[in-house]
Structures are given as C-alpha cells and as structure tokens.
Ligand binder design. Structure first.
Ligand SMILES: Cc1cc2nc3c(=O)[nH]c(=O)nc-3n(C[C@H](O)[C@H](O)[C@H](O)COP(=O)(O)OP(=O)(O)OC[C@H]3O[C@@H](n4cnc5c(N)ncnc54)[C@H](O)[C@@H]3O)c2cc1C
Length: 463
C-alpha cells in the first residue's frame, strides 16, 4: 500500500545490512504454502471466499435469471439457503451445505430519476459506478475496492471513508426483500418501516434482497492526494483532517513509524491520467523488507524510512467511482472494528504496539472515519465512528488477531465489521446494539425455521 520499488528496497536493504557489518542473509519469516485440499465430492461445486479462508461444497449453487426463478429456488430448496455476492467477506457468512444463491444476473438499472436510481441488488459496485456515470449520477461514497455486489455490501454495512458519510446502507431509500415464504416485500420509511430499518444491514439473515433504490447525486469528480508523515503527526491531525477533507484516511505502515495519508476533495479541474496502482507493489516491498530484516527491527525501520522519504506524492483528478476504489490483487485476511471516535488515539497506539510484537506482519493498519447510521445492526448505529483494520497475508497465521488485537478493540467499546474476522457470538453482540432484540424478533418472525441461517449466523443470533 506504499509506493516503493522492490528493486530499490532490496538494494537498500542489502546496503544497509552490509554497512552495519551484518551478513545479508534473507531470513524468510516463513509464510506457509497455499492450503491444499481434497476435491469436492462428485456432483458438487466448491465455493470459496476471496481470501480462501472459507470453503464449502453446497448441494446447489444457483443464479436465477429473475425473481420468479428465485422464488422457485427458495420454495423448493430442502436445506439452508445462503445468498452470496462476490464472496469478499472474511467472516463465514456464506458457507452452507445447502443452497448458495447468487444474484449475479439481477444487476441492471431498473429505473431512475433525478437523485435516485433503482437497481438489481446483484450489481457489482464497479458496474454500478459505470452505469450511474452513464445516466449522469454518482454515489456519494464507496469502499476501497469495488468488486462487491451491492446487496453484499449492504448486508455487512460496508463503508468508505469520510466523516460526512455513513455506510452504503444509508444511501438506500427503499428495497425489495424475498422472505422464506417466497413473498416479495416492499420496504421503505412508510411500508414495512421496521423491516426497512432491519434489512438494510441484515447479514442475509432475513431473506434475499432483490432490488434497491439508491439516493444518488450528480457526477462527482475528486482530487486525490497522498503523502507520508510520522505517525504521531497523522494521529494528531486526524480529527481536523477528517472534517476539512471530503474523504480522509490514513494507514500506519507497520515497523516504520510512518503514516501514508490519503485525502479526496471535490474539484472541477480536468481529469488527469493515473499511473498504474503502485500501492500493491509497495505491499510486496514491505513483505520483502520483512523477509530480509525481520530479525533487526531497528534496521527494518531505518531502511523503510529511507525508502519512504524518497517517495513522490500522488496528485490525481478523476471520477469518484474510479478514484475511491482500487484493486487489491495481494490477498489477505482482515479484522476491523468500529470505535467511538474519541477512542481512536488510545486504541490505535495500543493496536500498533500489539501488532509490532509480531515481526511477521507487513500489511499496513488502516484508519477511517464514518458518520452515524440508522440501520439497527449497522456497527455505526447512532455513533460517529473511527475504524481500525489489521491485515495479514492470506496464507499466514492470523490467530493473534483474536488473541492480542480483538481484546483491545473490545476494551474500547468496538463493534466488529460484520464482513471481517471477529469471534463474537450473540451474548457479546447483544449489548453492543440498542435494537438487537427487535432485530432478532423480526428474524424469528420472518424466518421461524432458520432457513437463512448457517452455523456462523446461528452463533451470531442464538449462540
Ligand atoms: C479486498 C477487500 C477489500 C475490502 N474493503 C472494504 C472497505 O473498504 N470497506 C468495507 O466496509 N468493507 C470492505 N471489505 C469487506 C466487504 O465489503 C464486505 O465483506 C462485503 O459484504 C462483501 O460483499 P460481497 O458482495 O462479496 O458479499 P458476500 O461476502 O458474498 O456476502 C456478504 C453478506 O451479504 C449477504 N448477501 C449477499 N447477497 C445478498 C442478497 N441479495 N440479499 C441478502 N443478503 C445478501 C450474504 O449472505 C452475506 O451475509 C473488503 C473486502 C475485501 C476482500
């Protein structure tokens, strides 16, 4: 996620280690090889999430062409049913032995007028951005990748960055929900209002969202700026910058003492060409530094700081839907908690100290700000939040997230991102959500047989 060239990193690392009179021995911190698994049983297709952490061999993987086909699947499926989007969640929300249903074919713009667009819930965010641009509209905010389906992003309260914006679920003004009996319910502030408050962030546990109406705005062009600075300065300036920029976030670049800051502000200056995404090469370079110098933290820090001080800052102008989201070809697993804003500094300092006790880490720590939400199970429910996310390479052992990092988040009153790793069950979750009881009652009303539950959701709502 930082912009350094691998070759220069290696040369500098070698020079620094040689200059210090230490053999330039590449000590690989030892990522285990890719997981090898047996093939699925005959007649079954394997499903896997993006990071490869969760797999299952469902009885059926269905992609209905329309709502009638979807109803047929819901009514005839014998076992549990789990809706799926792009499989980009790190938590096991989707795996089932029963039926996995994808709305990949329900993805068009159904209708639009000034300030709103109604779309098929299976549309991916990158396609949504492009389609909205085609009708002179734009979303207000987007997450840092755009591969997710709209329905998947809503279900977990996926968010972008920006103190003025809640999660994507806040941009929904109405939606259609197919419940376990095959009925399609219209939900908005007037019709099924309680269900509307529950369904916008529902983990796919109330039924299948088939269509959503979005609140949109006219075309949005942004200027993106990136720069490095000492982490202490970034923490001190964070609250003010989150107010003065339309979108602001920063990463702590682990084992460097430095932050990588990103701001986006509205502009009407002409679009500029953007270089290929160098952030991923930067992540590779951090991994290489880890491999070479994990045995000498002081040297690792020195070399990284030398590299960072030579970095160009980025200044680029483009449409919001292209600039706010980037590619993440290097796979990882992630834990993210959302905290009361005032807890950010103290919590982040503890998290950094805990992460840096693990020299095998090389991914940065991400910090964002999000406005309060109104959906009952949004982790931003009625709370202005700062979020902190920790990442670990997808083949690496991430068990220290649960052992060392999650207890810190919990002490600071954090609520976990539903789509990312966490270990909380119903007992721990209920006190975090003022409308928990109402949500679980609605869930029992609309799905009394638990047809939309898998083991993870049973522990979420019943465990
Ligand atoms: C590289 C990467 C970057 C990410 N960046 C961000 C980020 O910047 N901000 C952020 O907040 N999160 C981020 N995430 C997390 C991600 O946005 C969420 O986990 C999101 O839910 C994934 O969407 P999906 O379409 O892949 O859904 P899936 O992971 O397939 O499913 C997620 C949930 O949605 C439900 N669902 C899917 N379709 C429907 C439907 N039609 N009706 C009802 N329920 C449905 C599923 O049952 C499940 O509970 C990132 C994840 C990855 C892998």
């Amino acid at each position: 996620m930082i912009t350094v060239s691998r070759r220069s990193a290696l040369m500098l690392a070698a020079a620094a280690a040689g200059g210090a009179g230490i053999a330039t021995l590449a000590l690989n911190a030892g990522d285990p090889p890719e997981r090898v698994s047996s093939p699925p049983p005959p007649g079954r297709a394997r499903w896997s999430n993006w990071s490869g952490l969760h797999t299952c061999d469902p009885e059926a993987l269905a992609a209905p062409a329309d709502v009638e086909e979807l109803r047929d699947i819901v009514l005839k499926a014998k076992g549990p049913i789990r809706p799926v989007g792009a499989g980009h969640s790190f938590s096991p929300l989707v795996p089932t032995e029963g039926t996995i249903v994808s709305l990949d074919r329900l993805k068009g713009i159904v209708s639009h007028e000034s300030g709103t667009a109604t779309v098929g819930a299976g549309i991916r965010l990158f396609a949504l951005g492009e389609a909205l641009e085609g009708i002179g509209q734009s979303m207000e905010a987007l997450p840092d990748i755009n591969k997710q389906s709209l329905a998947g992003a809503l279900a977990t309260a996926t968010h972008g960055m920006g103190r003025a914006f809640g999660s994507l679920s806040e941009s929904i003004s109405s939606l259609q929900l197919m419940t376990a009996d095959g009925k399609v319910l219209e939900c908005d502030a007037e019709r099924n209002a309680e269900l509307f408050a529950a369904t916008r962030v529902s983990l796919g546990a109330l039924g299948i969202v088939t269509q959503a109406r979005l609140k949109t705005r006219g075309p949005l062009r942004l200027r993106r700026r990136t720069w490095f600075e000492p982490i202490g300065d970034a923490i001190a300036a964070a609250a003010e910058r989150s107010r003065s920029h339309r979108h602001y976030e920063f990463y702590y670049v682990t084992f460097t003492g430095m932050a990588y800051c990103i701001s986006h502000d509205e502009t009407d200056t002409p679009v500029t060409p953007r270089k290929p995404n160098a952030e991923n090469e930067g992540t590779e370079d951090l991994m290489t530094l880890r491999d070479w110098l994990c045995w000498a933290p002081w040297l690792r820090r020195l070399v990284a700081q030398g590299l960072i001080s030579n970095q160009e800052t980025e200044g680029v102008v483009g449409p919001a839907w292209r600039l706010l989201s980037t590619d993440r070809p290097k796979r990882f697993n992630e834990m993210e908690y959302h905290l009361p804003e005032a807890a950010l500094k103290a919590c982040l300092e503890e998290v950094i100290a805990a992460v840096e006790r693990h020299s095998e880490v090389y991914f940065p720590i991400e910090v964002r700000f999000i406005a309060p939400d109104t959906s009952w199970l949004s982790p931003f429910f009625e709370r202005a939040s700062a979020s902190i996310a920790v990442h670990m390479g997808h083949t690496q052992d991430h068990s220290f997230f649960f052992r060392d990092i999650e207890p810190i988040f919990r002490r600071f009153d954090g609520r976990p991102h539903w789509g990312k790793l966490h270990s909380l069950g119903a007992r721990e979750l209920a006190p975090l959500y003022p409308r928990w009881r109402e949500f679980t009652e609605l869930r029992r009303t609309y799905d009394s047989a638990g047809r939309f539950l898998n083991p993870h959701l049973r522990s979420t709502f019943q465990g």
